[in-house]
Design a protein. Sequence first.
Length: 451
Amino acid sequence: MNGPDRQEPFEEPDRDRSEAEAEPGPENGDGAGGAGGPGGRSEQPDTRRPPRIPLPRTSIEDSGQPLPDPPLALDHRVLKSLLGAWALAACSVEEAIAVEEHLGHCGPCAEEALRLRDAVGLLHQEESLDLDPGLRNRVIENCLGRRPPRIPVPEWAVPYDAETARLDALLRDIGDSEWHAPVRLRWFDEDHPVSRKTTVAGVIAHLLAVDGMVALALGLDDPLGRDAPPRADPGRRTEAYWRASYFPPTRAVRGPWREQTHELIRTVSFTAGRTQGSGSGGLTVPYGAPDEHGRRVELPLRDSMLDRAFECWIHAGDIAQAVDYPYEPPSPRHLHRMIDLAARMLPGTLAERRRAGLAAPSQGLVAAGAPGRSLRLEVEGMGGGEWFIPLDSPGADASPDREVAHVALDGVEFCRLAAGHVSPEEAAAGQVGDRQAIRDVLFAAASLSRM
């Protein structure tokens, strides 16, 4: 039946055939009677898709471009002689290509090349660009060995010379803005930690003011001038210097501080030379006015120079931490001298704390030189050692025979304790014996600190 109600079955259109029918040609208006008009070609854009399989690429020989140079034709003997230069990357490009192609099919040469490359790696070890910290001392010792100084620096002043030079090198490396970086000075007052906020420049001003106490003892000019409070302690001198500055200290304070350190070293060298060698001529450095009992805190000149070296190192570490600068402890020989000074000051400090009611009462006073109770202080690490601290009388003879307690600390940690940078409860790595004696000695060590 072919009536109007007849429906043709549904068929999927043939995509390829449809696209083929859409191609321009004689049947689709590409001839004289096509859609483009009489005698014309259709102007519709070409919407043909790219071929699914890419066409073969044109050979370089057919492109007209210059051909690359062929690899060098070298025999086995010549290529083997080039292995050393190839391992050092000293061959030309052509020679390197020839060697690498040869290594792909020559086993003995490939093994030899591998050994040479490993050997070259040993010749080029990575090294730091920073100078060796001990280079300065070695150069100075070599120079002094060839030509000894007419007036040498006394041995007890060498740590101060070294620490001020190290701090000055740190100050040379920091920028202008870092001189205003905040620094917190920390110390112990009786049994409580105390702190004072300042800047990098303020720390150098503090060192300048306290070093001035040594300068006064040597007959040099006081850096505080007329603003210096009479017979003041280090903290009051520092506050007076800070108040006298119309503006906060800047990097300009570095020059006067460094000039004063040089002058101190020159003067103590002449002083030691006049007193026949390493002595200090009996000079002492007072640290403040006498207390209510008339006792005056003072140190011999040689101990005072060690004290100044110790404080210079501690505050240099404070500055380095504020500006994120790497800073190492002193050399073991100098560190040992600083620890020895702190250990020798502990008996007197412990007696002062006992008189002030800050330490346990004495369990048996003895005459000077007589044996008494003692604590063994063991300082570990480079620069460490063993010291026996008398517990009851500062002048007692401390010995292993009367040992009642034993404390072990790291050398740098002990110095941080004596500087008031770590609490006594956290300092000791090992404790054995009388707990009260250990506590009294550790708090006496923290009491050595000051602003």
